[in-house]
Design a binder for this molecule. Structure first.
Ligand code: G3P
Ligand code: CA
Length: 294
């Protein structure tokens, strides 16, 4: 197997990132089993508080392999899992720290965030659920034998978060050959962040969140394996245009669309040819797709 150096500058070495990676041509698609893959959006977030360990456990109990999350950074530089830039909607931060509006993740230390209840807003039975660190989250995904579609959320707010995330994934064992081959995709709405991930670890599969014009798709194909649009932007022609291009690993670009919770709509986008559907109700989507194909 051919290996080649990546990130020839000193940065990667200083950060402890491996300077030897699999060649892009030796990497494999993680989600290419010819069925429509179902992703639990922020975990099975219709049934448990989003982006908590309970949400990925709920997906696991439903038999869902792929979970999606959102990674951000605390004031003291720790990586945590949260969707909004503010802690207000999904924790009790307004009660615990009433004078700290607008309660942005970036303004709180990990120690402060660990005091917050990230479950009660969703339901009393989830009281005491915490905002997970990336490390704890990865441990749970590993423990459950699941796979991760990781979103770098608002990376423009967190300079260097791409490399920091890769370093932590490596430390947690998630950049091993088998994880990269089958169990990890990193996506973002921010194309520069994805380019940076691809620069440092060209073996890691990546996705761009959005719907670039067909004319622009070849540029994205240089560093993205997936184009992941809102389901309202999906058409059969657009999916065909994306599939007509090869990504950095020599395979057809994939389309994974979000956020579809309605079974009939899931069947419609599946018929348009999408490779995956990202949903808060993975059981509903899975069952609808099974019903349509059976
Ligand atoms: O994975 C797609 C989806 O998560 C993008 O939207 O706002 O839920 O992060 P958002
Ligand atoms: Ca997300």
């Amino acid at each position: 197997m051919r290996i080649r150096p990546v990130a020839t500058g000193v940065t990667a070495a200083l950060m402890g990132l491996s300077t030897l990676v699999l060649s892009p041509s030796a990497a494999h698609a993680a989600t290419d089993d010819h069925r429509t893959v179902v992703f639990a959006h922020r975990g099975a977030s219709a049934y448990a508080p989003e982006n908590t360990l309970a949400s990925i456990d709920a997906a696991h109990r439903l038999g869902i392999d792929w979970v999606e999350n959102d990674v951000q950074r605390t004031k003291d530089g720790e990586l945590v899992i949260l969707h909004d830039n503010s802690l207000a909607r999904t924790t009790d931060v307004e009660q615990v720290f009433p004078d700290r509006a607008p309660w942005n993740v970036a303004d709180f230390t990990l120690n402060e965030i660990e005091k917050l209840d990230a479950g009660s807003w969703f339901g009393q039975k989830f009281e005491g659920e915490r905002v997970p660190t990336l490390e704890a989250y990865m441990d749970e995904v590993e423990h459950n034998g699941q796979k991760l579609l990781m979103e770098l959320k608002s990376p423009e707010l967190y300079p260097g978060i791409e490399l920091q995330t890769l370093v932590e994934l490596r430390r947690d064992g998630w950049l091993s050959k088998s994880h990269v081959k089958r169990r990890l995709v990193i996506q973002s709405f921010n194309a520069d962040a994805i380019k940076t991930v691809h620069f440092f670890r060209s073996d890691v599969k990546t996705g761009f969140l959005g719907n670039p014009t067909v004319a622009d798709l070849p540029k994205y194909a240089e560093y993205c394996d997936q184009i992941n649009p809102n389901h309202n932007a999906v058409t059969r022609d657009y999916v065909s245009a994306v599939h007509g291009l090869k990504g950095p690993h020599g395979r057809a670009l994939e389309v994974h669309t979000w956020t579809v919770d309605d079974g009939a709509r899931a069947v419609k986008v599946a018929e348009m040819g999408v490779d995956g559907i990202i949903t808060n109700k993975p059981d509903v989507v899975r069952d609808a797709l099974a019903g349509a194909s059976g």
